[in-house]
Structures are given as C-alpha cells and as structure tokens.
Write a protein of this length. Structure first.
Length: 262
C-alpha cells in the first residue's frame, strides 16, 4: 500500500492517467492535488515530511551518540517551542542565527532549536538567556526571502539538554540527549486513548466514523506510540509558550499525556 513517501510517483501516475483522458495537469498541480489527497495542507508541507522521513534512523534515536565536546549550531526562538517529530517553518533574520543555519547545511544539517527566555532579547547568547531543554532538529529546507531573511523548514528529532553555550561567529551548544521514561507502560497506553478522545472533542472530529488509517489526515499517530502521540498533540494545545516549554522539559511520557488530556 502506498503512503506519503510515494507521493512523487503518485503525482506522476495521476498526471499521466489524466493526460491519457485529454486532461492536462502541470507537475506542480498534480503534486498539490496528491498532497491534499494525503491530508496535507500543500505540497511544501508534504515534501518536508518526505525529506524528514528519509533521515537516517539513528538520527532520531534518544541514545544518539555525539563525539565528546561536539557542538551544534543553535537556533533561538522568540515565540515558538519545537517538539520532537514536529515539522515547522521558521523565519530567521538575525545574522548569527543565519550563520548557524548555513553552517548546519554544509555539515550534517542538524541544529538545536531552543526557546529563549525573553522574546525581546535580541542577543540570547548565554545559558541563562535560553531554556535548558531544546530539540535537536534537522534542517529540511532553506529559502532566502526578498528582504534577506531565511525561511527554514525544520523537523524535530529528539529532546536535548543544553550543557554549554559558545558565542562565536554563530551560537553553538554542547548538548546531551534526554531519555524518556514510562512510554511503554500500560498507563501510557490507556492515557493515549484519553488524549485522542480529548482531541476528538477539541477538534469536533468523530474518529469512530473514519476508516482505519484516516487519523493520519489529522496529523495524529495511533495510540501505539504514546511518546509520539504526546509530542504530536502538544503543539496543538491552547496553552502558553511557557506551558509548552514545561511539556518539552518533561521526560516522563505518562506525565506528558496526563497534561495533554487535562
């Protein structure tokens, strides 16, 4: 059965099938149509999801190893908390952050995305200026805007602690991956169902009326991966940025699920 990873082939098949019936679609039109069929807002979002899905499996594992003393480029965020598995477009205008992104692109494409404590701070260059937990992320795409700012698509990989900050040509951080607890417990499995029920009420969606697999259209995974579910729901919650940061800093999956369903 085909899934989002086959989107380009599906778009080509669709275009050829319609052309045989004397109905012409451009490549971009067929891609946009396939993106909508698969439940994504547009082709750019789907393309980012495809590229993120092609990352080496080891990149997203909580026990990913880093060379001793290795530093990752830092992307400080004024008004957003990135979560693992979350794909987001961000705009980068500060010179040092631009340098951090460019450095990542010539390397392994990884950056640390972390919320700064004060949104008005134009130079969050110390440990005290940034939250202690961020997300190791992959830079999926980068486009330069007319005003010189960068539009960057990032995909969250895993929680990470900020150990030390280096303020040089760009901001860099020595990081320590954060493990999780309770994700495989029976309580986590039970709470996963409660979280989906709560989201169903919030979104006014009757999941019971949907065919198997259709939950993916709403951006939600199944209850089989409580950690993934908790991190997928967290960005959708109507809570403050500080509360989202607290969820990010919570390594216990059961606690995250309880907070997401309350």
């Amino acid at each position: 059965m085909r899934d989002f990873r086959d989107a380009k082939a599906m778009a080509k098949t669709l275009r050829e099938a319609l052309q045989a019936k004397s109905f012409t679609l451009t490549n971009s039109e067929s891609q946009e149509l396939v993106a909508r069929i698969l439940g994504y807002r547009d082709w750019n979002v789907l393309a980012a999801r495809i590229q993120a899905g092609q990352l080496p499996a080891t990149s997203a594992q909580p026990n990913s190893s880093f060379p001793a003393g290795a530093e990752m480029p830092v992307v400080p965020m004024r008004d957003m908390v990135l979560f693992p598995h979350m794909i987001s477009r961000i705009f980068v205008a500060r010179d040092k952050t631009r340098q951090a992104v460019e450095n990542a692109l010539v390397g392994d494409r990884r950056v640390v995305v972390v919320a700064q404590r004060r949104g008005a701070d134009d130079r969050p260059c110390t440990l005290g200026a940034l939250h202690a937990v961020g997300v190791l992320a992959n830079v999926v795409d980068r486009q330069t805007q007319v005003d010189g700012a960068l539009k960057v698509t990032v995909c969250g990989l895993q929680r990470t602690g900020i150990v030390r900050i280096t303020d040089g040509e760009y901001l860099a951080a020595e990081i320590a991956p954060i493990g999780e607890q309770g994700g495989q417990s029976t309580e986590a499995a039970a709470l996963s169902s409660a979280v989906l029920d709560a989201y169903q009420t919030y979104a006014e969606v009757d999941f019971s009326a949907l065919p198997p697999g259709s939950k993916a259209r709403f951006g939600l995974p199944s209850v089989g991966d409580p950690s993934l579910l908790a991190d997928t729901v967290a960005p959708l919650l109507s809570i403050t940025m500080e509360q989202k940061q607290q969820l990010l800093e919570t390594s216990n999956v059961v606690t995250r699920l309880k907070n997401s369903s309350s």
